[in-house]
Design a protein around this ligand. Structure first.
Ligand SMILES: [Zn+2]
Length: 514
């Protein structure tokens, strides 16, 4: 029997970008899209064009520049959404419009306030309108897994009749169980035989940790397109992790007997790129792409591995492009070594940025003996995340802190705020708290620090400190910032000030126009 081809639909730039804390600039989305094309995904969902002008521009940019995959945009079932989506994706060699409407009872009654018949009518209109622009049209009944199976089949039948070429069944809220979800797909093929003539896809969320298992169950039931995100990022608990689905299908090809376009050696690089640009870390024990995924700690395992790797290793690290070497950069390492390492990590930087990063590394190497891979990445992130186009309304001039086992930590901080030099003192539970309290006396008190995270990049008391923070303003807008420094207090002050500048830039741009 001929092997079925599984279409890999990547929505890292759309659903993944909706991850709490992630936000990508247009050029960062383009860099990720190019890497997804190298990985060999079949479809890239680049964004939701009507959501904002930024989203529209990003989808258009990807459609204009990325060759190979189908470029898809998301649209609700109203005309304005479909039209706007087409304006963004039409630049692609192979455009796709993906339109969706909720079909579950709770969504119909509470959100849409529409009857089941009205939803079918809206579906048909939207698919027909999309079809008038574009041959390739995907339709999703949102919250399908909490929709009655027969009504779901009615909506799907109407969408196919109107011209949809892909039908996607989303487990929008991550509610399904694998066996049950597979049965739902089987039921769909039975009740709607015309579904065999189109592509049947699934889109699973991970709220109960079942996203990958549900996707695989759907493949067994006959689905031929899988939607997901690199590293499993996405709304709430995230989407199905594409790299895990891919490696299931490849490692267990004896079981699934399907084919893919994917170049697995690009997986690790893609994972690191997405993590580096979104700022969402990959957990160490994550399947396939975690730092520990190929580490063998137990003595008995190490012994087995030394005898023959197959004893405990079901995938080869190099198969997913995991190089494993912790390349150490010293003060004599030049730009080439730094560029090579950063490219391996998915960064694509111009010479000017590489020079800045190399200079910071040399500075650090002068103080420490060696600089590890993670240090280099942290510095690169720090420099690339600096506000380039934004104004520095608040600048850190200097600070001093005194602390000890028998005294209250006290800080004095000197800032330049809108050009004026200001000095304030603060006390706190610790030296960072003291510095933070001093800073807040000089800046807008309606901004509040709501989250603070400190990470030591590499082991040892001389490790680089990586601080990320979150601020909110009076209107509940959130601003994230991070900074890296050898000094934990300086890293904290820099991160807080970066966040304040982000908030002030936002205010200048959007609120003064009201
Ligand atoms: Zn989703």
């Amino acid at each position: 029997m001929e092997k079925r081809k599984i279409i890999i639909f990547d929505t890292t730039l759309r659903d993944g970008e909706q991850s709490p804390g992630a936000s990508l600039k247009d050029n960062e989305k383009l860099v990720i899209a190019h890497q997804l094309a190298r990985l060999g995904v079949d479809v890239i969902e680049a964004g939701f064009p009507i959501a904002s002008d930024g989203d529209f521009e990003a989808v258009k940019l990807v459609a204009q520049n990325v060759k190979g995959p189908i470029i898809c945009g998301l649209a609700r079932t109203n005309e304005a959404d479909v039209d706007r989506c087409w304006e963004a994706v039409k630049h692609a060699a192979r455009p796709r419009i993906h339109t969706f409407i909720a079909t579950s009872k709770v969504h119909l009654e509470e959100k849409l306030k529409m009857t089941p018949a009205e939803v079918i009518k809206r579906t048909v209109n939207a698919v027909k309108r999309a079809k008038s622009y574009c041959a390739d049209v995907e339709f999703s009944p949102e919250d399908a897994t909490r929709t009655g199976q027969d009504y779901m089949c009615d909506v799907v039948r109407a969408a196919i009749e109107a011209g949809a070429t892909t039908i996607n069944i989303p487990d929008t809220v991550g509610y399904a169980e694998p066996q049950e979800f597979g049965d739902r797909i089987r039921y769909l093929f039975k009740k709607v035989p015309e579904a065999r003539k189109v592509v049947v896809s699934v889109h699973c969320h991970n709220d109960l940790g079942n996203a990958v298992a549900n996707s695989l169950a759907a493949i067994e039931a006959g689905a031929t397109q899988i939607e997901g995100c690199i590293n499993g990022i996405g709304e709430r608990a995230g989407n199905a992790a594409l790299e895990e689905i891919i490696m299931n299908l490849i490692t267990r090809k004896d079981y699934y007997n399907v084919t893919l376009n994917i170049k697995t050696r690009e997986i690790f690089k893609t994972s690191r790129l997405v993590s580096n640009l979104t700022g969402i870390e990959v957990q160490r024990n994550k399947a396939v792409v975690g730092m520990n995924a190929f580490a063998h700690e137990a003595g008995i395992h190490q012994h087995g591995i030394l005898q023959n790797k197959r004893t405990y290793e079901i995938m080869k690290p190099e198969e997913v492009g995991w190089t494993g070497d912790n390349l150490v950069i010293g003060k004599h390492s030049g730009k080439h070594a730094v560029t090579a390492l950063l490219e391996e990590e998915g960064f694509q930087l111009d010479q000017n940025l590489i020079s800045q990063i190399t200079a910071r590394i040399k500075e650090l190497a002068d103080k420490e003996k060696s600089v590890e891979r993670e240090d280099v990445i942290a510095i690169a992130r720090d420099i690339t995340h600096q506000l380039s186009e934004e104004e520095q309304f608040v600048k850190l001039e200097e600070f001093t802190v005194t602390t000890g086992s028998a005294m209250t930590p006290t800080a004095s901080v000197k800032l330049r705020v809108y050009g004026d030099l200001k000095i304030a003192a603060g006390i706190g539970d610790g030296p960072i708290d003291a510095v933070s309290n001093a800073i807040w006396q000089m800046v807008d008190p309606s901004l509040k620090l709501v989250d603070y995270h400190l990470k030591a990049i590499t082991g040892g008391t001389d490790a680089l400190a990586d601080v990320s923070i979150k601020l909110i303003d009076a209107n509940q807008n959130t601003f994230m910032a991070r900074a890296v420094d050898e000094d934990v207090i300086r890293a904290s002050a820099k991160a807080i000030i970066k966040g304040i500048n982000k908030a002030l830039n936002y205010r200048e741009r959007f609120q003064t126009q009201e």
